[in-house]
Design a protein around this ligand. Structure first.
Ligand code: URA
Length: 214
């Protein structure tokens, strides 16, 4: 094993006992990122859902199926990505026996941020995709109006390109009549990151796609 997978394994273990916010007490387990330890592209969601909490893996439930479908339609491979979440424990409220997703508070997302920063420091992705407002806020360090800032490259504090788009669960919730349109628009946003896999010159990619896009 090279050092990046080992470092990620150590971080994974550490998040399992994290109690820096209250969410760890109620979740089944922490859900750490997974994928290629030196992926060029890191995809960041909000937090594990019900299925992810039980499986211990990110994006394996309904939102994950949409992500997988998009990855296939774009001709990407999930093996080439590193997929993670801004918050590592599932936040929910009980309705009867059902566990209903609750958006993490800013304080909870902030408490979890150092785990995400550690993952980024190990994986060293060329670019990141923020799925939804919580991921975008964690990556860019400011409030992000996803609907007006989607489909564009932004830059994090370290100068890394961050593509902002909707969280796939927004597509699950959307108006049925608009679903095909929303799907196409989401794929268009994501397709901006396709160049990451073909770019031979990564600094050139950043100059061309981020700095010129402003
Ligand atoms: N939604 C997310 O943001 N992340 C997951 O892992 C699953 C659903």
């Amino acid at each position: 094993m090279t050092s990046a997978p080992l470092a990620l394994l150590a971080l994974d273990r550490a998040t399992r006992v994290c109690r820096e916010c209250p969410l760890g007490e109620r979740a089944t387990q922490a859900v750490f990122g997974e994928g290629l330890a030196r992926a060029r592209l890191m995809v960041v969601g909000e937090q594990p859902g019900d299925k992810e909490d039980l499986a211990g893996r990110p994006f394996v439930g309904p939102a994950g199926r949409l992500l997988d479908r998009a990855v296939a339609e774009l001709g990407w491979s999930r093996d080439k990505l590193y997929v993670t979440n801004a918050v590592k424990h599932f936040k929910y409220e009980l309705r009867g026996k059902r566990r209903i997703h609750k958006t993490p508070t800013q304080r909870e997302a902030d408490a979890c941020l150092h785990w995400l920063e550690d993952e980024i420091a190990v994986v060293k992705p060329t670019a990141l995709i923020a799925l939804g407002a919580v991921a975008a806020r964690s990556l860019l360090g400011r409030h992000v109006a996803v609907m007006s800032e989607r489909g564009r490259w932004h830059e994090d504090a370290a100068g890394r390109p961050v593509l902002v788009t909707l969280h796939p669960s927004a597509l699950l919730r959307g108006d049925p009549a608009q679903k095909a349109v929303a799907w196409k628009a989401w794929l268009e946003d994501l397709s901006l990151a396709s160049a990451i896999f073909s770019a031979r010159q990564i600094p050139g990619f950043v100059r061309e796609h981020v700095h010129h896009a402003r």
